[in-house]
Design a protein around this ligand. Sequence first.
Ligand code: NAP
Ligand code: ZN
Length: 349
Amino acid sequence: MTTTTHAIAVPSPGAPLAPTTIERRDLRPDDVLIDIAFAGICHSDIHQAREDWGEAIFPMVPGHEIAGVVAAVGPEVTKYRVGDRVGVGCMVDSCGECEYCRAGTEQFCVRGNVQTYNGVGFDGEKTYGGYSRQIVVKEAFVCRIPEGIGLDVAAPLLCAGITTYSPLRQWGAGPGKKVAVVGLGGLGHMAVKLAAAMGAEVTVLSQSLKKREDGLRLGATGYYATSDEGTFEALRGRFDLILNTVSAKLPVDAYLGLLRVGGAMVNVGAPGEPLSYNAFSLLGGNRVLAGSMIGGIAETQEMLDFCAEHGIGAEIETISADQVNEAYERVDNSDVRYRFVIDASTIGA
Ligand code: NAP
Ligand code: ZN
């Protein structure tokens, strides 16, 4: 048995999104049924809808920044009750037994984590994401959204929030550290807020100065245009950490030159094309080039609690279901301030 719910789907690679209906499974003992209130639009949704990362599963219902309210729980659910405010991010299952799952880094599950959409569950069923009215998720992959964060501004925390929080923590963003954030989009604006709240000195490196006022309001103290060649000379050797959130290919060597000796450039941006660098850009300064993928469930909860404590939510533009294609185009043109969030009540309405 299943329940039919309204959704928005990409029918085939690169095609516009269109209304549809999908089936959600009946609750298993450890499942939670969530009435989705808001779903964020992540650039990863766009990459996958277009198969930038390789073959994908269609029709695709994107959405891994989900915030809503618990509508029902299975008999073995202990953490959540009907009416609780909850969120779901990029994963809905993992083996739970491997060394990475046991360490709380389910994203690296050796069996492969089950992605919230464009994935296949361990039961063989395809997964469909948050651009829908309801979703059924195993309790262990549901996080609690603390009181004090609106569900709309909380939704983007489930991907953009954790994807930036995790590397900022891992690489020691905090007092006395100079952090540069490359790209002021969905991930970038969260990185600025979070790094500033952690006590780091934050600089934004954006393509232009168009969003400078916003960047400074979000917590940055420096803001530079990467289209200005003087920027790379002026900031040479400046940063302890560079967080690259850009969705396209970047000239990596130019950015590595901005690191102090021993500094790290961490990529969270996931362009379809390969990045390249000159070995001497790393050797000359014991520099590190690293990557980071989302964050585990426990760390996602820690991030949500940190955001509540510091009064942090995403800066959003709320849209209705019929504006999703236009929103995709605007994200593609770096014309988003700073996350589109779909009001799920408009899906199928
Ligand atoms: P977004 O909102 O579109 O932000 C990306 C920003 O990058 C843009 O706002 C723009 O900022 C800058 N940018 C875009 N094209 C550029 C270009 N050609 N050259 C230089 N800068 C450019 O996207 P997002 O949702 O934050 O996602 C960013 C990337 O992270 C995507 O590739 C996404 O798939 C990836 N991602 C990775 C993870 C992970 O686990 N690692 C998780 C989520 C998302 P300015 O206008 O300020 O220059
Ligand atoms: Zn995402």
